[in-house]
Design a protein around this ligand. Structure first.
Ligand SMILES: NC(=O)c1ccc[n+]([C@@H]2O[C@H](COP(=O)([O-])OP(=O)(O)OC[C@H]3O[C@@H](n4cnc5c(N)ncnc54)[C@H](O)[C@@H]3O)[C@@H](O)[C@H]2O)c1
Length: 360
């Protein structure tokens, strides 16, 4: 049976067949998620590392493994590709998949910069395929509820925003030694890393912007703290920022402080957001909860008291991706949203280089 589809690619209402490209850490997460969603099946894995892709396919009971994406796109009966390769391969591999008519869920950051991200937006638009970027903290019910509360004016005019994303894997090895290849490429610009800003700053930019609105100007300061003598580890030059501080101004006039680092001892992967408006405030801490946030409003304001709010459940990006393919109506966060966040990052790099505010 065919479904009504606004896309050029018409998909069947049957099983959505998925290929995961780049079978490292994040791929396991995707395989787990899609295995729990009705109406889809991961049927192929692809990685340049043959041993890795074979082991991945065996572990997740995936029928076919490839080391060549071109061959996979030619041979395999797939409808959709999940691109979980390192950042520098996002644009080229996603565009290959799009040109072959496949829907794409691409890992963040969508690309290396805004211009590259826009080539992906244009490619997806011209082929009419479903396109999502995996800003995975959109899976948290709290951010959707924050978005709704702010859009409905419950906090009044937004004035002040405080957002942080704190990791510590350079200071201690709870995720394994940072010298391992799966971490080391994230420290090296020649391996396509935009540092902590590109890796976790992009999440924070999307998280805060989704709640508060677009960012129109930034004043950023980036830093690379000392890792090892010579700042070189094998093929990796350890030159990508590992800490970024950003002052931001939102289009609605609110001012914000945002900061990310891989040196926040005592924090493994902590995202916090505080939004203060003229009528109230909300705060989120994803370590504490993905589905409960706190608000201070009305009589509680004068006492500085906060109440917990349980937020309505929200579908994951993976669920939204499959639904979008089935209905033919694209979902959020799409490639255009990914490109918008990238534009903020480009402005941060420009601001840091020039030592002054940069408009987005
Ligand atoms: N959304 C999130 O919260 C989140 C979390 C972690 C990582 N990520 C993103 O996911 C992506 C992958 O990260 P990871 O931690 O899984 O990295 P990883 O290094 O563990 O895995 C990447 C895999 O891609 C393979 N690869 C490299 N080049 C390839 C190519 N040209 N074709 C096919 N395979 C190729 C590597 O061999 C490796 O197996 C990155 O872009 C990262 O930013 C997102």
């Amino acid at each position: 049976m065919k479904v009504a589809c606004r896309c050029a690619v018409v998909t069947t209402a049957g099983m959505i067949r998925i290929a995961i490209v780049g079978t490292g850490g994040m791929a396991g997460h995707h395989a787990g998620l899609f295995s729990k969603i009705a109406g889809c099946k991961v049927i192929a894995g692809c990685d340049v590392d043959e041993a890795k892709v074979k082991a991945f396919c065996v572990k997740h009971s995936i029928a076919s493994s490839y080391t060549d994406i071109d061959l996979m796109l030619k041979q395999s009966e797939i409808d959709a590709v999940v691109n979980a390769t390192p950042d520098r391969f996002h644009a080229s591999l996603s565009i290959k998949a799009i040109k072959a008519g496949k829907h794409v869920l691409c890992e963040k950051p969508l690309a290396l910069n805004y211009a590259e991200a826009m080539t992906m937006v244009e490619a997806a638009k011209s082929k009419g395929v479903i396109n999502l970027v995996n800003f995975s903290y959109r899976n948290a019910a709290v951010i959707h509820h924050a978005h709704k509360l702010i859009a409905a004016g419950k906090l009044g005019h937004i004035v002040h925003v405080d957002a942080s994303y704190l990791q510590s894997w350079l200071a201690q090895n709870s995720w394994g030694d940072w010298r391992l290849p799966q971490w080391a490429w994230r420290l090296s610009t020649k391996h396509g890393s935009a540092g902590a800003l590109g890796d976790i700053g992009i999440h924070l930019v999307d998280f805060a912007s989704y709640a508060v609105g677009d960012i129109k100007a930034v004043n950023a300061h980036l830093k690379v703290f000392k890792h090892i003598k010579g700042e070189k580890h094998g093929e990796y030059d350890l030159d990508a920022n590992d800490t970024a501080l950003m002052q931001v101004e939102f289009a609605n006039g609110a001012l914000g402080m945002m900061h990310v680092t891989r040196w926040a001892t005592g924090h493994l992967n902590t995202i916090e957001l505080l939004v203060c408006g003229t009528k109230g405030a909300l705060r989120i801490n994803l370590d504490r909860s993905y589905d409960k946030l706190e608000v201070s409003m009305g009589k509680d304001l004068a006492a500085g008291k906060w109440k917990e709010v349980v937020c309505p459940k929200t579908p994951s990006n993976a669920v939204r991706f499959i639904k979008a393919i089935k209905t033919g109506v694209n979902a959020q966060p799409d490639f255009q949203t990914g490109a918008k966040a990238q534009n903020v990052l480009d402005a941060c790099f420009a601001s840091h280089a020039e030592g002054k505010w940069a408009t987005v």
